[in-house]
Design a protein around this ligand. Sequence first.
Ligand SMILES: [Zn+2]
Length: 130
Amino acid sequence: MAGRNGIDKLTYGLLVVYCIFAAVKVFLRAFYVPYIVVSILQYAFLGYIIYRIMSKNLQKRYRENAAFERFLTAWKPYFEHLKLRVQFIKTHRFRTCKHCGEFLRLKKVRGTRNIRCPRCGNDLKFHIIF
Ligand SMILES: [Zn+2]
């Protein structure tokens, strides 16, 4: 492995996509053509993963990994909000302030509620259905 790229963050990201394809394939077993298409995509990803790990063009692989890390940094708040939504799914609902963009956690009480944003102080009206 001397002089090879090895495993980096993009490799792990591609492995997650590979696993998603594997999970999708479980539901597509009854459908012949979509199953084949997803299988081809899955093995193409696996081939790309192996190609990246074994590659000797370190500069190009480094640039690809840096672009992937920039993507992760840009989307990090959305992933964190998604994690909070799943964590508090039974007790709270989340809304965004339309004036300042603050992410608000509200108790799960059905109906219309008037809230004052703690960041900008504007009054907001939210409707929680379920
Ligand atoms: Zn606000």
